[in-house]
Design a protein around this ligand. Sequence first.
Ligand SMILES: *Cc1c(COP(=O)(O)O)cnc(C)c1O
Length: 349
Amino acid sequence: MASYFRPSVERMTGYTPGEQPKPGTNIIKLNTNENPYPPSPAAISVLRNLDSEWLRRYPDPYANEFRKAISEVLEVPVEWIIVSNGSDELLNVVVRACAELGRKVVYPMPTYVLYRTLTDMQPADRVEIPYSKDYRLPIEELVAENGAVTFIASPNSPSGHTVPIDKIRQLAARLSGVLVVDEAYVDFAEETALPLVKEFENVIIIRTLSKGYSLAGLRLGFGIANPKLLSGLFKVKDSYNIDAIACLVGAAAMRDQAHKNECAEKVKASRVKLAADLKQLGCRLWDSQANFFLTQPPKGNAEQIYLALKERGILVRYFKQAGLEDKLRITVGTDEQNQILIEALIHLV
Ligand SMILES: *Cc1c(COP(=O)(O)O)cnc(C)c1O
């Protein structure tokens, strides 16, 4: 046998996650868009008081406690909610449920690189359509590809821009396949496409507790869509994809909207200040409704700056990718962290 692996796996490049230094390492971590503030105290308290009986038994396959919390907060019926082990798992489930050879996965670029990885794992066709320089949604081109799955991240990473809901609506109306709206950063944004799930059977909104709720380590995401669309996804997901701890801790975090909103407001205030400071240094900046910025340093020496910051214990994200070689993606940290970053950048840009 020439290879242990399927040809699509043999050919693909694995996803490269941002560096994850050990907790406690003295580092300013602005590379993977985590929330700089701690999770909800109510959620921590649930974790501390967990009965070990929850560990002995298999968890609820539908994570209904967490679904109920989402249902209350977002005012959607429980049957319209699917829960996943991080939103990454749900993105994967959609690809596995819907795509195969002749059933394309389509998305505008640059965007979340995982869409490519998840598609390339399957024997499925992938079509990447470049965004224009001003990040207008290329609706005609996306419709023309007629994807079995079309991904839109809004706010998008690494650009931070939000796709207006009427553009997403126009796209949804003209697609016959599934339209995934990845709202990983919605907690920092002014707009959501959530109302579209009631208007279109083919739209699924995907969210995560990793960013807005400061729970990236817990691995919890969810999707909202018409039960008809969810029915196929339920067949494909692992039966016990949500562990018992995540289900209970996540439910408490979801119900503590006050904490989440308070942290998001702090991040948004720091975002304004960081933008002003980066512009002051001559960096080009794209408007962001997320908890990060895409920025182009004045001399375009992004890789060099990335390495020099790393040496000083500051991690930001550098993508060696067409169109991004001269840019950095920087997570909005606390004001103190951002200040240290800016002071380091003064000597580097
Ligand atoms: C961070 C991120 C996710 C993944 O979040 P998890 O729930 O931690 O798997 C999904 N989509 C985008 C665009 C992201 O940036």
